[in-house]
Write a protein that binds this ligand. Structure first.
Ligand code: UGA
Length: 434
């Protein structure tokens, strides 16, 4: 099939490259010319495992190309995927500015009948809005059909998820469009859910909201476990073995971050409000997540009462491992709270330092290694479970710190090893050691 994909962010680029890889002829369009030139030369502006290889392979075999020119990018295409960003607006709802711009550009350059497929996460009803927006701006006499095909990729394993996800959702109110989309997606060899437009849009928000709920739930259980002397590792294991609950997304920590869960949970609450329907469960999920970000600093303050002048090493800044993304990372509020209490903060992250410098307070100092960060520190705090940080032995902390006192916000270490190491070790939902 001849497909164009609008937007070369991580969703659009991964979608375009993977659609090309299963045999479609794909042109990716982006208004950022510099980015398009980089991509044309086979270089990916984002790091995703396996992406560069597939990008180069499919450029070379002629299945994939890039352009900043809508006319050129849309010529001869039967399908146009919209994969532009939908950031959070001021009131929590999704901001559709980029969707609007894409629709206007599509309308001006469309020369034949086309199926418009929305990949971006958009509020329920937006696909109908997209149809109206394009139709009212069309220059040529063409007809468009509309479909929703939400993405479920995790940042950091987006290519793997495309070929190994649990399902593909295709939604349209038109049977023929559904058949065509099903045909395109058969190449991914995953179960396909066929549904109507609005249900497809809703599946995406409901899935992210449910996963966020699972995290806030396990965090709440962790906080309670700590108070009553239980161990959240054992609690989560015992719960997760019940197939109805499932064992994934039961890792307690300092809350979810990133560009999806915080934005999408607020957006679905806002969708509810517009439909005059309050969702107290999700409002509490969001509030609980905000509170959870404070939990580790609260533990520090409980132990020390006053941390003014204390040197704190913060290990891990990205919102999760294997990404340099700092959007809604818990490290932002944690470092702010430490600084507000007078601490001297030195931070280390294997890859997110450049992005962190843009969002963290200028008072945060940056170290080049774990040892650099903990050297002379009074307290070490683990905020992201990078493999390097997890592998760093607890007994090594005492070689650099005044006294090894570690607050682990991601439960990176077993309590047995923590006890043996002699380090003072506090974690989430588990008894403190030493
Ligand atoms: C998430 C979803 O997992 C994807 O399915 C979805 O497509 C994507 O959002 C999106 O909407 O685009 P992502 O934000 O990349 O993907 O990251 P996750 O790996 O899901 O982690 C999100 C946050 O939850 C991280 O801050 C992570 O630390 C936290 N988390 C995750 C926990 O605190 N505990 C867990 O058990 C799992």
């Amino acid at each position: 099939m001849e497909i164009s994909v609008i937007g070369t962010g991580y969703v659009g680029l991964v979608t375009g490259v993977c659609l090309a890889h299963i045999g479609n002829k794909v042109t990716c369009i982006d208004i950022d010319e510099e980015k398009i030139n980089t991509l044309k030369s086979g270089i990916s502006p984002i790091y995703e495992e396996g992406l560069t290889e597939l990008l180069q392979e499919n450029i070379n075999n002629g299945n994939l190309d890039f352009t900043s020119d809508y006319k050129e990018g849309l010529a001869g295409k039967k399908f146009v995927y919209i994969a532009v960003g939908t950031p959070q607006g001021e009131d929590g709802s999704a901001d559709l500015t980029y969707i609007d711009k894409a629709c206007e550009s599509i309308a001006q350059h469309l020369e034949e009948n086309t199926v418009i497929v929305t990949k971006s996460t958009v509020p329920v009803g937006t696909n109908e809005y997209i149809k109206g927006k394009i139709e009212s701006n069309l220059i040529n006499e063409v007809t468009i059909k509309i479909a929703s095909n939400p993405e479920f990729l995790r940042q950091g394993s987006a290519v793997y998820d495309t070929f190994n996800g649990d399902r593909i959702v295709v939604g349209s109110d038109d049977e023929e469009t559904l058949n065509l989309l099903e045909k395109i997606n058969e190449g991914f060899k995953l179960p396909i859910v066929r549904t109507d437009l609005r249900s497809a849009e809703m599946i995406k928000y409901a899935s992210n909201a449910f996963l966020a709920t699972k995290i806030s739930f396990i965090n709440e259980m962790a906080n309670l476990s700590e108070k009553i002397g239980a161990n959240i590792d054992h609690v989560a294991k015992g719960m997760g073995m019940d197939k109805r609950i499932g064992n994934s997304f039961l890792n307690a920590g300092i809350g979810y971050g990133g560009s999806c869960f915080p934005k999408d949970t607020r957006a679905i609450i806002s969708i509810g409000k517009k439909a005059q329907y309050d969702m107290p469960i999700l409002e509490n999920v969001v509030d609980a997540n905000e509170r959870q970000r404070d939990i580790l600093v609260d533990k520090v303050l409980k132990k020390y009462k006053d941390i003014s002048g204390k040197k704190v090493a913060v290990l891990g800044l990205a919102f999760k491992p294997n990404t340099d993304d700092m959007r809604e990372a818990p490290s932002i509020s944690v470092t702010n709270k430490l600084l507000a209490n007078g601490a001297i903060v030195t931070a280390y992250d294997p890859v997110a330092t450049d992005n962190a410098k843009e969002v963290l307070s200028s008072q945060v100092k940056f170290a080049k290694s774990i040892e650099d960060a903990i050297d002379g520190a009074d307290i070490a705090m683990i905020l992201t479970e990078w493999a390097e940080i997890k592998a760093y032995p607890l007994e090594s902390y005492k070689n650099y710190m005044n006294q090894a006192v570690i607050f682990d916000g991601r439960n990176c270490h077993s309590l047995e090893l923590a006890k043996e190491s002699g380090a003072v070790y506090h974690s989430i939902g588990r008894p403190s050691m030493n």
